[in-house]
Design a protein. Sequence first.
Length: 433
Amino acid sequence: MNNRTQEKLEILADAAKYDVSCSSSGSKRKNTKDGLGNATGMGICHTYTQDGRCVSLLKILLTNHCIFDCAYCVSRRSNDVKRAAFTVQEVVDLTINFYKRNYIEGLFLSSGIFKDVDYTMERLVRIAKKLRLEHKFNGYIHLKAIPGASDELIHEAGLYADRLSVNLEIPSEMSLKKVAPEKDYASAFKPMNYLTETIQGHKEEKKTIRSTPNFAPGGQSTQLVIGATPENDKHILELADGLYQDQKLKRVYYSGYIPISDDQRLPALRAAPLQRENRLYQADWLLRFYGFKVSEIVDEENPHLDPELDPKMGYALRHPEHFPIDINKADYEWILRIPGVGVKSAKKIIKARRFGRLRMEHLKKIGVIWKRAKYFLISADRDFIHLGFNPKVIRQEILYNGKPKKDPNQLDLFGNPLAPIPLIATTPQIKSV
């Protein structure tokens, strides 16, 4: 690798780190006798950035030149950053050479927009096509389907890529227009709708014609930037749920806005809202795998997720009428709603209780997180009454191990010894007679 290519790689790999929609799950592209690589099962390596984000594959931009001026984007037109652009052949050579050296298992390729949308999209497609046809590369390829690109280019991209993603970026069109006036939802939903219909059409056709080529076998995904605009968690989760139901998306990714600009249209954040991002992923998991509805996780009275508790625990504490749940009698759907019980554990419980009533020691061996679940279930031990179901008491137990929340005004051991000591009202101890 020459010095210029290495410099480009440093610039464009760094610019790509803000795109988190890089999961490689869902594709099963097998290798051929004379091919190179495969994307079967879990054959994709991953790495992690300093802030804990999962970054898989060779993750780069084709270019960070861009004709758009989105306030939240580091590659925006008005930002004074060092620019670079790969040629089609450079990306192909990097992918093949890195794969042969066992550095990567595939490619995640996005891009800024230079000249126009179709011009950029055509180059992304050419890279995937060269890898597949000329180099017989059967590893994983994830391409960006750029909003506004023609149906013909989107279709060709689907024939060579394992997964395509169309990023909505901002959770509402009103906010998108404010921070990215050159973009709109119609341009993003056009390729998304096309992909939904074509993916489903290829699946149906493959049932009768086995030679039907794969079309984006890993499906499509999108990304939402969190914290750059005022939408609450309820709005974001309703949007995500609609995308799962209507567009059949594989994943919606949530990216906490990283402060990279002093633009007045953006909030003055000191750091990315990573805790909120984590809570949204947990809520997203409940929607996809646990049978929850958005209205059960957030509502008009509680439009934001609890920053201290995971959404499943929050649901349980807000709905004491549903708990405790008898682990030996309840349906699978209700067992899934017990905090500390995952999908695998719930399935094991259903199978295990056929052979006898389950006790605490059985549940622990199955994988139930007892310190969280014990407040919300009844086992054969019948010991639930040790606390009763008092949401405030349980919350205190979970967060602070039963100890009172630390007073932010608590005296510092090494503080000013001359500072006045606050009077603390104490409750007299009642001794039993």
